[in-house]
Design a protein around this ligand. Sequence first.
Ligand code: IDP
Ligand code: MG
Length: 138
Amino acid sequence: MEKTLSIIKPDATTRNITGKVNAMIEDAGLRIVAQKLICLTTAQAEKFYQEHKDKAFFTNLVDFMTSAPVIVQVLAGENAVSLYRKIMGATNPAVAEEGTIRKTFALSIDKNTVHGSDSPESAKREIGFFFSETEICE
Ligand code: IDP
Ligand code: MG
């Protein structure tokens, strides 16, 4: 079983659609093995998205991620990292496939409803960023 880190973003928590997002995750066969609602601090968001610190959208991304609560969660399943990326859909919802979370719910390329780890290595680091081992129930 592989694990991946998911974040349900502020555009979803503010629209009260986190249950609908979780339903799509569970319908795809992924198990939610850890989950909590938190308010990211600016320092946390900047650290989490460090790889993007030189991008033009970085400040906007940090502002958005700290604008309202997020739900951080660990998803487990076979090929969880790539399966979750597949059901999330493309970063830009305008080009995301039909039936994906982003095609269904995202408002724009920045307000795009979910984050998912992009590799097993990223998943390990990102899960450790938010969860201790005792918080993950497999
Ligand atoms: P991903 O979330 O699909 O892995 P990344 O390239 O890792 O996409 O970008 C991280 C996040 O930064 C995206 O989910 C999105 O919220 C935001 N982002 C990425 N590219 C842009 C852009 O061109 N304009 C505004 N926001 C962007
Ligand atoms: Mg990414």
